[in-house]
Design a protein around this ligand. Structure first.
Ligand code: UTP
Length: 280
């Protein structure tokens, strides 16, 4: 099972997005646009670039706009056909031509770990990627996107891999934080992992961001993972168990990440992509 190429990407997108209320009252957080493109489309394009063609999305109540976005709107297409606006739909049409989408609903919001377990029905028994669309990544000067960098490592090590970045020590209580031994430059074998530790309890300043490659044994672990921090089933707890049973790696990715789940990060991302759009 571990020799397969990774073709499936899971997008847990069931969260309430309370930090963006009232915008997220009736609109999924993942549909908030950075310039003209919804966050989740950036994530799907990153997965496509990494060679994945099967997008699996865990949604919840009030998230139907995501399904409508990754579909054809015949009225709209008909309306703008032959006009100067037609190219505006070119990018999303090209996404639709390159991959398939399937959906399942997380009925109760019991945490990211639970959302990933809910996605098992769409993934099956193979390694897969996970993208949290509110972590928006870009690789202005790099050849490969973050998921591409990670799948390359997966091909070599055949184990679960998380993306990490160095954060200021006073921000550790916003992230899952790892401890590990560096086995090659920027690549760590995880020895410990703590969800949202206070700075004094944090094992390092290496924080997990919203990109994962997971081997399918994670589902069995998640099934028996007790609720942790905040009463939620935490993927970090399951990954630590996986690290104890075998091996989990953490890679410092090359590129830039914006926390678009927060207003500050969202504004930074908007400014960055606006400047970038002016360069071309
Ligand atoms: P967040 O911690 O950002 O939570 O979830 P949230 O609900 O989306 O946002 P806030 O904090 O209320 O503003 C991280 C990711 O995990 C998904 C979210 O959709 C987001 O992509 N998630 C979280 C689920 O799918 N289900 C859950 O039960 C929890």
């Amino acid at each position: 099972m571990n020799s397969q190429r990774i073709t499936k990407c899971l997008f847990p997108a069931a969260g309430y997005g309370t930090r963006f209320l009232p915008a997220t009252k009736a609109t999924p957080k993942e549909m908030l646009p950075v310039l003209t493109k919804p966050l989740i489309q950036y994530g799907v394009e990153e997965a496509l670039e990494a060679g994945m063609d099967t997008m699996a999305i865990v949604t919840g109540r009030g998230k139907r706009a995501i399904e409508d976005h990754f579909d054809i709107s015949y009225e709209l297409e008909h309306q703008i056909k032959g006009t100067s606006k037609e190219p505006l739909l070119r990018e999303i049409r090209s996404v639709l031509n390159k991959c398939t989408f399937s959906y399942t609903r997380q009925v109760e919001m019991r945490g990211l770990g639970h959302a990933i377990l809910t996605g098992e029905t769409l993934i099956g028994n193979e390694a897969f990627a996970v993208v949290l669309a509110d972590d928006l990544c870009d690789n202005r000067d790099e050849q490969a996107g973050v998921l591409s960098q990670m799948t390359k490592l997966y091909d070599k090590y055949k184990c679960s891999i998380v993306a990490i970045e160095e954060i200021p020590m006073d921000k550790t209580n916003k992230y899952g934080v790892i401890a590990g031994e560096e086995i090659e430059e920027g690549l760590f074998r995880i020895t410990d992992m703590v969800e949202k530790p206070e700075p004094k309890d944090a094992p390092s300043n290496l924080a997990i961001i919203g990109r994962y490659i997971l081997t399918p044994d994670i589902f069995d672990i998640l099934r028996v993972t007790e609720p942790g921090k905040g009463g939620e089933i935490q993927i970090t707890d399951a990954l630590l168990e996986q690290a104890k049973q075998g091996k989990v790696l953490a890679c410092k990715f090359k590129g830039t990440r914006f926390d678009c789940g927060s207003v500050d990060g969202f504004v930074e991302a908007t400014n960055y992509f606006y400047e970038k759009s002016k360069e071309v």
